[in-house]
Design a protein around this ligand. Structure first.
Ligand SMILES: Cc1cc2nc3c(=O)[nH]c(=O)nc-3n(C[C@H](O)[C@H](O)[C@H](O)COP(=O)(O)OP(=O)(O)OC[C@H]3O[C@@H](n4cnc5c(N)ncnc54)[C@H](O)[C@@H]3O)c2cc1C
Ligand code: FES
Length: 281
């Protein structure tokens, strides 16, 4: 199904209802979407790391990553920060309203390929949603992976997404979870400092660990720099690239970096692949 909306028309969106809206931060909401057509919904599958082109009628279309487990089949989440035309129009929607969805699009995170490895997640701010779509199925198949370490950083306690999920992660004794904020407040008794300051608190064996990182470009830059210094191979560092997209299906060229299209060759790339792309910028 990847690369089309599954009904044979690359550009035709499927109607989906907003069944739930969850406020995450002052500018970010999670939308739970459910396809209206029963058959389409039953047959719809996606993989962690893929994305959809979501249309708000009268406002436009933009790409958003899946934020929930692919094992959840009735509906799925997208977590969206209001930054412009489409996202502001979406934030004005209510539960029960309809949107258009094309997807699943793009490549995906490795899953079976990293079974048996220790897994290190490093998320920053609104970079946690795409990682959650991978963390959840890994926790559902917990015995298939080695250590699972999750590090999350946000600007302030209020800027953290999925606050109740973070509390659940904290309670688990089969993972190592740490969070930090750049600036604390009166209620915050946890770590303060950028997410890379948490590296000092963990010890990993880079030869048997795969790292997944998503967040603002500046965070990713420093995370990758530190992971390389810790001895990680570029193939064991996986991230996602964001590019301004139009078609999402490899036709318009908007997202091109050299000979690659982020919408079809990505958005998931290893650092080795990113380094090769960077040489073509
Ligand atoms: C694969 C992928 C997954 C994504 N997942 C998410 C997600 O899960 N959640 C989320 O909140 N966002 C996500 N994004 C980002 C989101 O798609 C963009 O922020 C999108 O532009 C928002 O649309 P908009 O109409 O609201 O904003 P726009 O009106 O497009 O403006 C958003 C920002 O983009 C800039 N911009 C507008 N046009 C251009 C252009 N031609 N070239 C460069 N910059 C431009 C604007 O100046 C502004 O800063 C993802 C992007 C990609 C590529
Ligand atoms: S967005 Fe059109 S080719 Fe990638």
């Amino acid at each position: 199904m990847s690369g089309s909306n599954g009904n044979g028309h690359l550009y035709v969106p499927q109607l989906a209802a907003i069944v739930k809206i969850t406020d995450e931060t002052y500018d970010t909401k999670t939308f739970t979407l459910r396809f209206v057509d029963d058959d389409y919904r039953k047959n719809f599958t996606f993989k962690s790391g893929q994305f959809v082109e979501l249309s708000v009628f009268g406002a436009g279309e933009a790409p958003f990553g899946f934020a929930s487990s692919p094992n959840r089949r009735e509906d799925f989440d997208v977590t969206i920060r209001a930054v412009g035309r489409v996202t502001n129009a979406l934030h004005a929607k209510r539960e029960g309203d309809l949107v258009g969805v094309r997807g699943p699009l793009g490549n995906h995170f490795p899953f079976e390929e990293v079974m048996g490895y220790d897994i290190l997640f490093v998320g920053g701010g609104i970079g946690l949603p795409p990682l959650r779509s991978l963390i959840e199925p890994m926790l559902e198949a917990r015995e298939k992976f080695g250590r699972i370490i999750i590090l999350y950083g946000a600007r302030t306690p209020a800027d953290r997404v999925y606050k109740s999920w973070l509390v659940e992660l904290e309670k688990r004794d089969d993972i190592e979870f740490m969070q930090t904020v750049d600036v604390g407040d009166d209620s915050w008794t946890g770590n303060v400092g950028v997410v890379t300051t948490l590296f000092k608190k963990i010890s990993v064996d880079p030869s048997k660990t795969v790292a997944f990182t998503c967040g603002p470009p500046i965070m990713i830059k420093f995370v990758i720099q530190d992971l390389l210094q810790m001895g990680f191979d570029g193939d064991h560092i996986i991230s996602t690239l964001e590019r301004y997209m139009k078609c999402g299906v490899g036709k318009c060229g908007h997202c091109a970096i050299g000979h690659k299209y982020v919408c079809t060759d990505g958005p998931v790339f290893s650092f080795t692949q990113m380094r090769a792309l960077r040489e073509q910028w």
